[in-house]
Design a protein around this ligand. Structure first.
Ligand code: LMR
Length: 342
């Protein structure tokens, strides 16, 4: 029996969906060769929205498939750094990844929509786009590169940290060296104000900040807290200037050869975990900010609503860059959808 038909038979048996058999086999009995293994690689710590959701997804799938599908989670760039993940997925070295939305934009420039500073005022407008037709359009683009998008997850809004001085106005960025995730919009945010913006993989950021090759970075509370950036940074500006979420992606060839029952189970579980992940992201964002405050190792400045409005206006050239490269139609549609939320 070939591998695919073996897997099909096994799925039919354990899910009892065939109509010709309702026998449910014990996970222990699953032949190792027939087991579906999904290696899920990511770059953050476990105690983060993505880290915890990956574990939860793995547990639920294991339970619900009675051990016939095993999701092996590799956090913290254990297997691949960002930058290497896409290739690893396309080679089939891993079957699932969840890169930051900003990293998606290297392959799909329209994904930079998530990077536009102050485009989304709250998580509700983010979800409105993610779960609506525009989010669907973005996920469908993945097919061009033989990938399939299963979900979009949250991390949260980004803030700025640095080692030199408090950042209250965008002109305070001048002369500083920042780490960014990707080229394009993210780099433009800094270059525009006379700062330097170097692209580095997430796993290298702590060391680069510590030894001073970069002086600052932008990230969510969760990443700042779990990667201990506050230990090697003096100033945190709570700016909420940009959103960072994730695309949960599988290799399309791998996906297509799965039995339909396995795909259904994965999709259903992923939708459930996505709701849980978004709630968890919101909670962790608050809890971990409290922990950073409690530790008193970094000076914190929180931008006022008026200051945020000024930053938004000062960032207008970043929007012009996006429109020049991606046309204004997509941006206008996103604005229309998120304004409907307000
Ligand atoms: C970063 O590189 O700063 C983040 O994208 C890491 C992550 O996956 O949250």
């Amino acid at each position: 029996m070939g591998r695919k038909s073996g897997i099909c038979l096994m799925m039919i048996l354990f899910l009892g969906l065939s109509g010709c058999s309702n026998r449910v086999i014990d996970g222990q009995q699953v032949n190792k060769e027939e087991k579906i293994v999904i290696k899920f690689s990511h770059v953050v710590e476990e105690n983060t929205p993505k880290g915890l959701a990956a574990i939860r997804f793995a547990q639920l799938i294991e339970e619900r498939s009675r051990g016939s599908i095993e999701v092996q989670v590799f956090p913290n760039s254990q297997l691949f750094k960002d930058g290497e993940e896409f290739e690893a997925l396309s080679r089939g070295d891993v079957q699932m990844i969840a890169p930051a939305t900003s990293k998606m934009s290297q392959l799909f420039p329209q994904w930079q929509i998530w990077d536009l500073p102050y485009l989304f005022s709250d998580l509700e407008s983010v979800h409105q786009i993610m779960d609506g037709p525009l989010g669907k359009t973005l996920l469908e683009q993945l097919e061009e590169k033989n990938m399939r998008g299963l979900a979009m997850w949250d991390n949260g809004f980004k803030h700025l940290t640095n080692n030199i001085h408090p950042i209250i106005k965008l002109s305070d960025l001048k002369g500083l060296r920042f780490r960014v995730m990707s080229p394009g919009i993210l780099q433009e945010q800094f270059l525009n104000f006379g700062a330097n913006a170097t692209i580095l993989p997430f796993n290298d950021v702590y060391e680069a900040l510590r030894e001073g090759s970069v002086e600052g970075q932008e990230n969510t509370v969760s990443n700042i807290y779990t990667k201990k950036f506050s230990e090697v940074q003096k100033y945190l500006t709570l700016s909420q200037h940009g959103f960072m979420g994730y695309a949960v992606i599988v290799n399309a060839d791998f996906w297509d050869q799965l039995p339909s029952q396995a795909r259904e189970l994965i999709e259903k579980t992923m939708s459930e975990v996505t709701l849980w992940e978004r709630e968890t992201a919101k909670e962790l964002d608050q809890e971990q900010l409290e922990e950073i405050k409690k530790a008193k190792v970094i000076n914190i400045y929180s931008l006022t609503p008026q200051e945020k409005m000024i930053w938004r206006k000062d960032f207008s050239s970043v929007y012009t860059k996006f429109e020049k490269e991606n046309g204004s139609e997509f941006l206008n549609e996103v604005k229309k959808w998120s304004e409907e939320m307000e």
